[in-house]
Design a protein around this ligand. Structure first.
Ligand code: CIR
Length: 257
């Protein structure tokens, strides 16, 4: 899919108060803002028109805007994040998304869904069931996708240990090709796909993002960057150290369509 638009939300002053289990220390908010701005520039260089939401000081995790909605070429759906502290992030994203998608479906209780658990491989959707996305939420999403004519399959990641979201370990690269961490690579849902295994010790780089002719990859993962280049992909390396401290990565920082 060729992307033309994105929504982002720069980190607020309270960014360091968000949820994290990384143990990597307190993020530097000024540095996070600079890294975010570089990320936005990279999206713009890929040809996307980027809408910046105002920083949301009531919700420290709101910069991880990806989790609040699923946006496809055929419609958009608002999520119901698994973490209670993140539920109200959806409203401000919804206000902007309705300009583009006037009629949006929404995940309803008891369903929960973080869109970081949803990997869109050109209309084939992998839906992670995780600590954040429950089976009810995953089923609601699958039903909505079927109605739009898309395929989907569920991938339970609760036993993988260490993956917050499905896309912490899985990315769509192009056509029938995915990148996956070792613990997901043998999952039956990936059987008919060509899988680039993320090199040992570089699992964080699984959260890379294909945007038009480029793949955005976090810096400091040279084996993964080289593997992607060998596939003929144009690699754009971006520093996201401060977002990693808050358990986030490249995909989480934007909604793209
Ligand atoms: C959280 O725990 O919800 C945030 N601190 C990080 C969310 C990262 N989002 C993503 O991977 N899609």
């Amino acid at each position: 899919m060729r992307f033309t638009r994105a929504i982002v939300c720069p980190p607020g002053d309270n960014f360091a108060d968000g949820l994290t289990a990384s143990g990597l220390g307190t993020p530097d908010v000024a540095l996070a803002r600079a890294q975010h701005e570089n990320y936005v520039c990279a999206l713009e260089e890929c040809g996307l028109a980027v809408t910046r939401l105002p920083p949301d000081e009531a919700h420290p995790d709101s910069t991880f805007v990806e989790d609040t909605a699923i946006v496809t070429a055929r419609g958009a759906l608002l999520t119901r994040p698994g973490a209670v502290s993140r539920r109200d992030e959806v409203a401000s994203v919804a206000r902007t998304l309705t300009e583009f998608f006037p009629q949006m479906e929404i995940i309803r209780a008891p369903g929960t869904l973080d869109a970081g658990d949803v990997c869109d491989a050109d209309g084939h959707f992998f839906i992670g069931v995780s600590e954040r996305t429950n089976e009810a939420g995953a089923h609601q999403l699958a039903t909505w996708l079927t109605g739009l004519g898309y395929e989907s399959v569920m991938v339970d990641i609760r036993a993988t240990g260490g993956l917050l979201h499905l896309k912490s370990g899985l990315a769509h690269l192009d056509g029938r090709r995915l990148a996956a961490v070792e613990v997901l690579a043998r999952h039956p849902a990936l059987r008919d796909w060509e899988v680039l295994r993320v090199p040992a010790g570089e699992d964080y780089a699984a959260n890379c993002v294909r945007v038009n002719d480029a793949v955005l990859v976090p810096t400091w993962f040279p084996q993964m960057a080289a593997a992607l280049r060998r596939l003929g992909l144009r690699v754009v390396e971006l520093e996201v150290s401060e977002f990693r401290k808050m358990d986030g990565g490249l995909s989480c920082l934007s909604l793209r369509w």
